[in-house]
Design a protein around this ligand. Structure first.
Ligand code: ARG
Length: 258
């Protein structure tokens, strides 16, 4: 009976092209783990020269999919479409350097965190902005729908939101804003890349403003699938695989486990 159901489900999923896998059996029957990502967030997710998604989270999810015995199906979109897509049941897992917050927990289910990050300030070299205290009254770029946006707006700053991270960076380099607030590891990666090809330099200020655990998002109610993914992720954290992925991408790793 279970097998017939899985078969029928697989046929329906194939026919409709939708991904409404909500259990481990659904995922296995469909043969793929459909993830939603905004690949403008190195070293977690970005596109390589051939436009293939690469990064720490892409590799981590490939391991999760392999452990479930299915293919990884990566759907690309702007960050502010990732969580709505999970809530609507369009994708099975949101994989986008997503910080777990109480507000997000009301509408999505989160796996256990696998690392910790923070918000950082990026400015042009020589900028009078040297710390958070100097942000008052300045124009600040952020990515739409992020914790950077929520944080800076919450502080009452003058915020300009961009759908894609490279556009937030461009707003800073072209002088439309005086600062860019973005997660620390991505800040470092994007700034290094920019500085390597530009004579004018950017700097990441040495003042982490928040502590944010990164995890993966599922639709509320998909607890069984979430706990199966947790088992896999927790094993990969405990056996050092996650730390070695950060090492591969030359990023410092902060474990979520105190
Ligand atoms: N960690 C931040 C948040 O959860 C930013 C994530 C942005 N991710 C991306 N792939 N662009 O809001």
């Amino acid at each position: 009976m279970k097998k017939i159901f899985a078969l029928v489900l697989a046929v329906v999923m194939l026919a409709t092209g939708t991904a409404f896998a909500t259990t481990v059996d659904d995922v296995k029957a469909s043969g793929k783990l459909v993830i939603a990502t905004s690949p403008d967030f190195p070293p977690f997710e970005s596109l390589d020269a051939e436009n293939n998604p690469v990064g720490i989270e892409m590799e981590l999810m490939a391991l999760v999919a392999a452990e479930l015995g299915v293919e990884l199906d990566v759907q690309q979109m702007d960050f502010d479409s990732v969580l709505p897509g999970i809530i609507a049941g369009k994708y099975t897992v949101g994989v986008s350097g997503i910080s777990v917050t109480d507000a997000r927990k009301k509408n999505s289910l989160f796996t256990d965190p696998y690392c910790l990050a923070a918000q950082a300030i990026v400015v042009k070299e020589g900028s009078p902005i040297a710390s958070k205290a100097d942000l008052d009254g300045k124009k600040i770029a952020v990515q739409s729908g992020t914790t950077a946006e929520a944080f800076t707006m919450g502080q009452g700053y003058d915020v300009l939101s961009f759908a894609a991270n490279p556009d937030a960076e461009l707003a800073l380099t072209t002088g439309k804003v005086q600062a860019w607030v973005i997660d620390d590891l991505t800040a470092k990666e994007m700034v290094d890349e920019y500085n390597a090809k530009s004579s004018e330099k950017l700097v990441v200020l040495d003042e982490p403003m928040t502590t944010e655990p990164y995890a993966f998002a599922l639709k509320l109610g998909n607890d069984e699938l979430c706990s199966a993914i947790n088992d896999i992720i927790n094993k990969l954290v405990a056996d050092g695989t996650v730390a070695s992925l950060f090492e591969k991408y030359e990023a410092p790793y902060t474990s979520p486990i105190a």
